[in-house]
Ligand binder design. Structure first.
Ligand SMILES: C[S@@+](CC[C@H](N)C(=O)[O-])C[C@H]1O[C@@H](n2cnc3c(N)ncnc32)[C@H](O)[C@@H]1O
Length: 386
């Protein structure tokens, strides 16, 4: 089994490597923070973000520079929230030494350390008011084949409800361009809208073939709603900058696809309901057109729930599935979706960063659960086996 989450990223027990949302490193808080930085460096950042890997290793060796941030947020969120708060300052000051180091790929530690130690009050203020709400549209690489599969099976249009939607950018998955490479897309298949401002690139690995729609064909989506504890308002420039700050620096392709998705959302802002998905989901589902298949999606959200909330979420889904036909697509850390059946090992090279794609469906009240794929946390690759 693999690991890797979006919120506060963390480690996982054997046999999984990487993030485990429920893990508690133990020891005093600062030692725990140092340990979390080390795990991030070894798992999430290694091979994906050289800048953050360097910074995280320095703070794992000596967490002293973040000591004054302890208590501003929960321990498990502190490392990633600190990185994002400092990144936000770099975005506000693009000519500063840190922004230049991030852009040039030079060692960011001296400039990062300087910002961290000299701008602590601003960093604290950001961390006290913001949360990690990374809205990664690369994850739509999972939604396209899964929603195509659902439309094929159920022969009905889809009504999409995303829980933990952040800014709701993945609700526009049927307006993106998808460049799948390898597997049954060899050498390269371009699906969706080739002229979309969002160009996603995903490598298909392993022997399985995801159910890709033919070129020019996309799932028919008749409703799209999001629910988030704190929906991100795409019309607010400061909120847009924070979304950017939640991405890792030095990865222009992530920033480009975020900008493209924000352009789509600004042209037609999504419907986002503010509140806890546990409280709102049943009502939102009940308001969807009866003729459509209701599809709930959850990507990198359930790691933020505590185990009791996850159990309540599953009970809630059972009740909703008795009330109407329903499909629930999850792209999550495997231990937070215990209803998804055990899956084969993820691709050995990249296993440490994989999320599990699961599908639960209710037809006439009967529930079926499936494991469909492993996916890179940002949709860089997909191993379909379902
Ligand atoms: C890491 S973001 C993921 C955003 C999006 N799903 C994606 O994959 O790009 C997690 C989001 O879940 C939201 N969230 C966490 N717990 C929630 C809850 N109980 N109900 C609704 N939203 C929640 C957070 O506010 C945050 O915006």
């Amino acid at each position: 089994m693999p690991p890797a989450p979006p919120p506060p990223d963390e480690p996982a027990p054997a046999p999984t490597r990487g993030f485990d949302p429920d893990a508690t490193p133990g020891g005093d808080v600062l030692a725990g923070v140092a340990k979390r930085f080390r795990i991030l460096a070894d798992t999430e950042f290694h091979g994906d973000s050289p800048a953050y890997e360097r910074i995280a290793r320095r703070l794992a060796e000596d967490p002293g520079p973040v000591a004054d941030l302890v208590g501003v947020t929960a321990e498990r969120f502190l490392p990633v929230l600190t990185l994002a708060a400092v990144h936000e300052l770099a975005l506000r000051e693009p000519r500063g030494a840190l922004a230049r180091a991030y852009a040039d790929g030079t060692d960011p530690w001296p400039a990062f350390h300087d910002v961290l130690t000299t701008r602590l009050p601003e960093i604290r203020a950001t961390m006290a008011t913001r949360r990690i709400q990374t809205n990664e549209v690369g994850r739509a690489a999972v939604l396209l084949p899964t929603c195509h599969l659902l439309e094929q099976r159920h022969r009905r249009p889809l009504a999409l409800v995303e829980i933990g939607a952040s800014a709701g950018l993945n609700l526009y998955f049927d307006e993106f361009a998808y460049h799948y490479r390898g597997g049954n897309a060899d050498p390269e298949t371009v699906l969706g809208d080739p002229d979309s401002p969002v160009q996603l690139h995903c490598e298909l690995v392993g022997d399985g073939h995801p159910p890709l729609p033919p070129p020019g064909v996309l799932p028919t989506v008749v409703a799209r709603d999001g629910i988030d504890l704190h929906p991100v308002d795409v019309t607010d420039p400061a909120a847009r900058r924070w979304l950017r700050a939640c991405l890792w620096p030095g990865l222009p392709e992530r920033a480009e696809r975020l900008d493209g998705a924000l352009a789509l959302a600004l042209a037609d802002p999504p419907t986002l309901f503010a509140g806890n998905a546990l409280d709102l989901l049943a009502g939102v589902l009940a308001a969807l057109p009866e003729s459509a298949l209701a599809v709930v999606s959850s990507t990198w959200v359930l790691a933020y729930f505590d185990p009791d909330e996850r159990a309540r979420f599953w009970e809630l889904l059972q009740g909703c599935g008795r009330a109407r036909d329903l499909a629930v697509v999850t792209g999550e850390f495997p231990t937070v979706v215990p209803w998804v059946p055990a899956a084969p090992s993820p691709p050995s090279m990249e296993g440490r960063g994989a999320s599990l794609v699961g599908l639960a469906t209710w037809s006439d009240g009967a529930c079926t659960t499936e494991a469909l794929a492993w996916v890179h946390p940002h949709g860089r690759w997909l191993e379909w086996f379902g």
